[in-house]
Ligand binder design. Structure first.
Ligand code: CP
Length: 318
């Protein structure tokens, strides 16, 4: 594997290998000295054209824990604001020497363009491109589900588990990456959204669909419930074109205390962040003992260490 662009590119064995490697990485993070020499002499560039807190910081932490040199590039404050293109930005980074580029961009396909353009020699990791893919988020989600619910699965993957994704599926790269990865790993996926927030052609996807959270709680056994953010920044015409009001959205899809109480006792609550508390998720749910939302962030470091290690160091000893 040279690049990580989409979870659709991963076979089950490749996905399990990344998750198993992440488990080894997580163990190294319990040691007194958490830094490994694995990527000493390598340079990782974090190329962020869109805002990020979790992904950008955790890639930086992951690369540093592997002893790589890290360059953080943010479009704000760079020559991108003077009109510099992705190509010229990439050529500039290449001229300075980079072994891996982690890219987040508002355009779907930007990571693939960078990987296949010939502008750079190194590996490309997609840290989120438009509404298309966010593969390391899906991998950290699968890692978290396996940690909590792996014993309920009848395989080393996620066979037999049901993961329910709720909210703005239409604009969510997290949803697209998760649907591919979760089904590759054997999980059953349920999507919960009004028709306006579901993509055209969803009936051809390997998922079951409900339109309200109450309907999903009635109809499906839920092992993991993943709440998604409404992506107002990607909605042409604003939110009103997709749902009547924030209050109505919460009424139909929000995870409040009453719906939290209806979940099976083993079910976990997930959210990729950033959360809009009081809209898609209540404070009771976000802060409940069932919530693994903060742990998702910690697991992101181990998963990103595994991805950087597998792409940049090959199969060297951990
Ligand atoms: N989950 C996620 O991608 O969060 P950030 O936008 O903060 O990176």
């Amino acid at each position: 594997m040279k690049h990580l662009l989409s979870t659709a590119d991963l076979t089950r064995d490749e996905a399990l290998h990344i998750l198993d490697t992440a488990q080894e990485m997580a163990k190294t993070q319990e040691r007194e000295v958490r830094k490994l020499p694995t990527l000493r002499g390598k340079t990782v560039v974090n190329l962020f054209f869109e805002d990020s807190t979790r992904t950008r910081i955790s890639f930086e932490v992951a690369a540093k824990r592997l002893s790589a040199d890290v360059i953080n590039f943010s479009a704000k404050g760079s020559s991108v604001s003077k009109g510099e293109s992705l190509k010229d930005t990439a050529l500039t980074l290449e001229a300075m020497g980079s072994d891996g580029i982690v890219i987040r961009h508002s355009a779907s396909g930007a990571a693939e363009r960078l990987a296949t353009s010939g502008w750079i020699q190194g590996s490309v990791v997609n840290a989120g491109d438009g509404t298309h893919q966010h593969p390391t988020q899906a991998l950290l989600d699968a890692f978290t589900i396996r940690r909590h619910l792996g014993e309920r699965s009848d395989s080393t993957g996620l066979d037999g588990l049901t993961v329910t994704l709720v909210g703005d599926i239409l604009h969510s790269r997290v949803a697209r990456s998760n649907i591919h990865l979760l089904t590759t790993l054997g999980a059953s996926v349920v999507l919960v959204a009004p028709p306006t927030l579901l993509p055209i052609g969803v009936e051809t996807w390997p998922v079951r669909v409900a339109h309200t959270l109450d309907e999903a709680l009635d109809a499906f056994d839920i092992d993991a419930l993943m709440m998604l953010r409404i992506q107002l920044e990607r909605m042409s015409g604003g939110g009103a074109a997709f749902f009547p009001s924030p209050a109505e959205y919460s009424r139909l899809l929000g995870l409040d205390a009453a719906r939290l109480a209806r979940l099976p006792s083993h079910a976990i609550i997930m959210h990729p962040g950033p959360m809009n508390r009081g809209l898609e998720i209540s404070a009771e749910a976000a802060d409940s003992p069932r919530s693994v939302i903060v742990e998702q962030v910690s697991n992101g470091v181990a998963v990103r260490m595994a991805v950087l290690y597998l792409l940049l160091a090959g199969e060297a000893e951990l």
